[in-house]
Write a protein that binds this ligand. Sequence first.
Ligand SMILES: [Zn+2]
Length: 534
Amino acid sequence: MTRPIGIPRALLPLLPLLPLLPQAAGGQAPPPRPTLVVFITVDQLRGDYLDRFGAQFTGGLARLKTGGAVFANASLDYAITETAPGHATGMSGRFPRSTGIVSNSLGVLDPQAPVIGGGGAPASPFRFRGSTLIDWMRARDPRSRALSVSRKDRGAILPLGRARQQAYWYASDGRFTTSTYYADTLPAWVRQFNARRLPHQYAGRSWTLLLPASSYPERDSVAAENRGRDVGFPHVVPADSGLAARVLGNYPWMDQLTLDFALEGLERLDLGRGSAVDLLAISLSTLDAVGHGFGPESREVHDMVLRLDQMLGTFFDRLFQLRDSAGVIVALTGDHGVTSFPAVYTARNGRPADYVDLSGAARMFQTMVAARGVDSTAWMWEDGVLWVDRPAFSRAGVSADFAVREFVTAARADAGVLRVDQVRTLAQRDTTRDAIARRWYHMIPPDMPIDVVVTLKPHYVWGNYGIAMHGQPSDDDANVPVVFYGAPFKPGAYREAARVVDLAPTLAAVLGISPTERVDGRVLRAALRSAGTD
Ligand SMILES: [Zn+2]
């Protein structure tokens, strides 16, 4: 082969990838070369949903279940099971300990990256550490491009890590937008999509049941749901179009809009048609809103999952009209699960469950350390973790050990608290058998000054918000499906243990690339047709 003009010598090792070599006569056809990776995150898709509702799937989830490699009950295997850490894990193959994204509040908020046109908090991935799949793809071939879309800023941003590709999310006025981290203005295709004012057209629309009511074993109107308001079908989008656009995230059509926007972007950016592999990341948020409001046992969650199945069915039909399915790889997961309403759990099982609020212990801590001259910025209590700036305590001449011990004593006295762990001792635990210690170990970056972590008893949840919650290291919150679909994968229901950190290295393996740094996950070889790919 002669050296093509204009390709620097450093890129020469890539050349075998560029031209498609003629197939040897009579030889076996090589596996089709992937042209597009579609990575779908369903917000709050709990590990049991694909089985629980699966018999009624006929659309996209049915396609993935029957034609894909399904690890239905895979685990995030870390402790603070919130949206930002979940979206940082899927494409990085690394736990929050390594990505640095430990919670929503320490997620993508960045005062230096305003949203273009307003309509949301400033956002960027500046807290994200390390690389993701798109970086590994570009290390192999710099022409690879990515588009990531979501209703939520963190859902769009974090699957790309720090890569300055295209990331768009939904602004409160009904537009898709991005922040100045990515661009100074919106491209024409996004402005044109926004100008169609699709969200406003859902004003007054009724969310009714997809199937006859007899297809749903759940009771419809349950007092614990949705803070007691609008607990039964139909759920009607407000008639005012501006308000409709603002609250569309609570209705199934937000996901339809997100999928429509993703396909528009695929077409307008011409993704998956070049000689390099491209990435389309989609995060669908409505199930999270519905699950928070109505809880995992609700008829609303059941119907929302069935509607997702239908919407994804249409999405795949359109996608495979636009792109040859032989070159498309699909991966689907959830960013976290969810725990029942305490009242619903207790009514069903006769066992105690409740909301837990340790703000009293935090106030006691505040009063105690403030009286000794410690500044309120020297500590923080949030998401079950106590941050302690020990040097600041030392400067004030205050024993951090003493203050923390007092907090721990108060926390342990709460009926909902299972255990309180010192972060510095987590590594010495038997993290094979002690799943909670392991999940906290996977959570906390060694350089973050987190002193102690609090785990609640099963079915207890933080706060007193009147909504169903997630965020605990429990299996309800930490288990989500991991599904692969496409030519490189052996379809089947896999019962072996899998983790969400395995997703990105497995995709890398079928793309024939390697992570450019150490990852926590491993390649799920059982799911590959050709186990030799690496
Ligand atoms: Zn949530």
